[in-house]
Every structure is written in C-alpha cells, then in structure tokens.
Design a protein around this ligand. Structure first.
Ligand code: NAP
Ligand code: GDD
Length: 371
C-alpha cells in the first residue's frame, strides 16, 4: 500500500529527474512503511548551513527528516545533495515545498507530516541585507515564526518546537558576556524580527503549554557558510589571493567583535534542547570574542600572506547601525544540556580556509584550462 505524502515529495522527486515508477518504488520501501515508529522531524531552512548539519545529525540519530524547501527556478540543494541523492539510498530524508510567508501551506505541511519535532531555521539571515529588504525579512523571520507556531498549535499535536534565535537580538549590548537574562536591544530589521519571534515562542510556551525552546545562538560558521558572511568572504578571498585568482578583498568594519563557533557543534545543542523534560531558552556560544581584524590576521597568516597588502575598506559594507561586541556565556547550556563548544577560533578559521583552498585550487585549474 502506498503510504503518506505523495502529493508533497512526488514533485521534488520527479524534478530530480527520477521516473514516476522509481517514485512509486520509493513509496513502498520498507523503511517508509516502518516510518511511524521513527521520530519525525521537520526542518525549515534545510537548504541552509545549519539545516544541512542538523539534517545530517538527525539522520544519524535515526530520525525521519523532512525538510521544508522554497521553490526556486534553479536548484539550491548543494548543501544537502550528499544526504539526499537518491531516495532509495536515504529514504529517511524527504523534501517538501513550502515557504514561511505562506501560512496555509505551513498548516498543510504540519498536518500531513505530523512531525514530533519542528526546527525553525528558515530565515532571511543576512543582517546587512535586512536593511535593504526589511519587510521581507520581518515577514519571513518574525511573522513566519508566528505562522509556524499557529500551524502547530492548531494541529493539536504534542509537537516540540525549536526557534533559531540570535545573539543579534542583544544588539547594543548592555553587559558582557551576554546571558539568557541580558536585555535585548536589536540594531537591525533582522534583529527586531528575531526578538519578535523569540517572544512569540516564549508566549506559545506560556499560553498554550507548547514545548517551545529558543536557542540564542552566537555566530557559527563552517565551510558551508554563505559566502557573503564575513568569515567565508575572508577565507574565500584569501585562498583566491594565495593562488593568484584575486588581488584585493574589500571589507567594512574590522573592529566589530564576534563570538564565532562551529555550526556542526551548534546543531547538537538544538537537538538536545528538545530532549529535555522542560522547554527553556539557552545561550549557545564559545565564550570567546574576536574582532573581524583578528579573523583576517589569522586566515592570511595561516596562508603566509601579509593581510594589509590585500585588504581595503569599502564603506558600502558598513551598516546603518552596527553590533559592536558579542560574547556569550553558555554556562546554562553546559549545566543543563551538557553542551559546550568543541571547535575554537583558530581551528575554525583554519578549517574553513582549508576547505576554501580546495575550491580555489579547482577554480585555478578551470582558469588554466580555459586560458
Ligand atoms: P542560512 O544559511 O542563510 O539558511 C537560511 C535558510 O532559510 C535557507 O535554507 C533559506 O532557503 C531558508 N529561507 C529563507 N527564506 C525563507 C522563507 N521565506 N521560507 C522558507 N525558508 C526560507 O542561515 P543559517 O546560518 O543556516 O542559520 C539558520 C537559522 O539560524 C536562521 O534562522 C538564522 O537567522 C539563525 N541564526 C544563525 C546564526 C549563524 O551564525 N549562522 C546565528 C544565530 C541565529 P534558500 O536556500 O531558499 O535561501
Ligand atoms: N558580511 C560582512 N561583509 N560583514 C562584514 C564585512 C563584510 O564585508 N566587513 C566587516 N563586517 C562585519 C559586520 O559589520 C559585522 O559586524 C561582522 O563583520 C559579522 O558580519 P556577518 O558575518 O555578516 O554576521 P552578523 O554577525 O552580522 O550576523 C550573523 O550572526 C548572527 C548572530 O549574531 C548571521 O549569521 C545572523 O543570521 C546571525 O543571527
């Protein structure tokens, strides 16, 4: 018997150029028929950096994972292709089209999939870009969270909910390090939207007894980080400069300080939050803060380059209002969840640089072949 959701993943399956016969076979697979006994998770933002690491982690833990993905004219599944591939090989990862701006779609997805856990990672996550598209950012990151919470509440199912909250909410910080008790003072449309989503999550917990948690995540990076965030922008450029593919790197504020950790560590904290007896909010951070300049020095130094010869300041990368200093205190997460960051600043910078050197070497070969 065909079970479950053909209307949802058939479209995506067929777009991956599989035949409908293949798809029917996939629906009949033994894992699918045993699906009801597995824990089921829905991840919004599955195509993003964190979504891809979290999907990997949950698959490892034996979950059936559903990823909500936006329709786009070109495929943007690069970060999850290695775990999606052919559904015959990994039948526990499914994709479903959806969008946080579309509440009726979110309700259908929740009702059809009936997840045990929902991880809301979907967002317009670029702070600088949120000044350019504030309405879209707030619609997705703020109202999108409310739409999802409403879809869960009205499903009347005991769903556990994780909200990807952000250290950007602290904005103009009033104390350092920042804890779960530090007041918020957001400095961007993105930060304001995340504060709204944070409090809606708390309110659904208090008003409707929903098992809803906020992870107040400080910056976390990886080789899968989007290339316009400052870490990847620096490592990509340094690697390309090293191989003679690029001359300059243009940056904005080098004095801003961030508490940078590794995304692979941080998704473990997300899952742990939803396995506790009680829902709560947690700061997730390394506890160390470094400036953008220090990150530049670390990466260029690692590649034996003098950064000052290559880096120039371009005011277009300054923000209308900046967050100068973020440094988190994750002692509650350590005490309650047993979580702490494993990858430190230097190791992180080198890990991403190594990965970008591999990409730059491939680009160099292509350039030489084209010449
Ligand atoms: P990311 O790489 O930018 O991924 C964002 C994801 O959200 C992508 O899959 C994107 O899909 C999806 N998305 C965007 N708009 C959407 C919409 N309207 N409907 C549905 N999905 C949508 O971000 P990330 O670094 O993985 O971060 C994950 C979450 O954690 C975000 O909510 C972010 O704000 C939050 N956060 C991140 C950090 C950090 O340092 N990384 C720190 C604190 C909080 P497309 O692929 O289609 O664009
Ligand atoms: N992106 C970028 N590009 N940032 C630059 C540049 C540049 O050329 N030059 C300097 N910076 C500075 C920014 O002004 C900021 O102070 C710092 O580098 C970090 O910028 P991003 O890497 O873009 O990250 P973010 O801190 O603004 O936001 C990230 O972390 C938040 C958590 O605190 C994002 O991942 C958010 O989604 C996340 O919530």
């Amino acid at each position: 018997m065909l079970r479950l959701k053909t209307t949802f993943d058939a479209g995506i399956y067929l777009e991956k150029k599989k035949s409908f016969v293949d798809y029917l076979q996939f629906c009949k697979s033994p894992v699918r028929e045993a699906g009801d006994v597995m824990r089921k998770a829905l991840i919004t933002g599955v195509t993003g950096q964190d979504g891809s690491y979290l999907a990997e982690l949950l698959l490892e833990k034996g979950y059936e994972v559903w990823g909500l993905m936006r329709r786009s004219s070109s495929f943007h599944t690069g970060r999850i292709d290695h775990i999606y591939k052919d559904p015959h090989e990994h039948p526990r990862l499914r994709l479903v089209y959806g969008d946080l701006t579309d509440g009726s779609n979110l309700s259908s997805v929740i009702n059809e999939i009936q997840p045990d856990e929902v991880y809301n990672l979907g967002a317009q996550s670029h702070v600088r870009v949120s000044f350019d598209i504030p309405i879209f950012t707030v619609n997705t990151d703020g109202l999108g969270t409310l739409r999802l919470l409403e879809a869960i509440r009205s499903s009347n199912r005991p769903v556990r909910f994780y909200q990807a909250s952000s250290s950007e909410m602290y904005g103009k910080v009033v104390e350092t390090p920042q804890t779960e008790k530090t007041p918020f003072h957001p400095r961007s449309p993105y930060g304001c939207a995340k504060v709204y989503a944070f409090w809606q999550t708390v309110n659904y917990r208090e008003a409707y007894n929903l098992f809803a948690c906020n992870g107040i995540m400080f910056n976390h990076e990886s080789p899968r980080r989007g290339e316009t965030f400052v870490t990847r922008k620096i490592t990509r450029a340094a690697a390309r400069i090293k191989l003679g593919l690029q001359d300059k790197l243009y940056l904005g504020n080098l004095d801003a300080r961030r508490d940078w950790g590794f995304a692979g560590d941080y998704v473990e904290a997300m899952r742990l939050m939803l396995q506790q007896d009680e829902p709560d909010d947690y700061v997730i951070a390394t506890g160390e803060s470094h400036s953008v300049r220090e990150f530049v020095e670390e990466v260029f130094g690692y590649l034996d380059l003098k950064w000052a010869d290559y880096v120039e300041i371009d005011p277009r990368y300054f923000r209308p209002s900046e967050v100068d200093l973020l440094q988190g205190d994750a002692s509650k997460a350590k005490r309650v969840l047993g979580w702490e960051a494993k990858v430190g600043f230097r190791e992180l910078a080198r890990m991403i640089t190594d990965a970008d050197m591999k990409i730059a070497r491939r680009e160099k070969i292509i350039e030489e072949q084209g010449a």
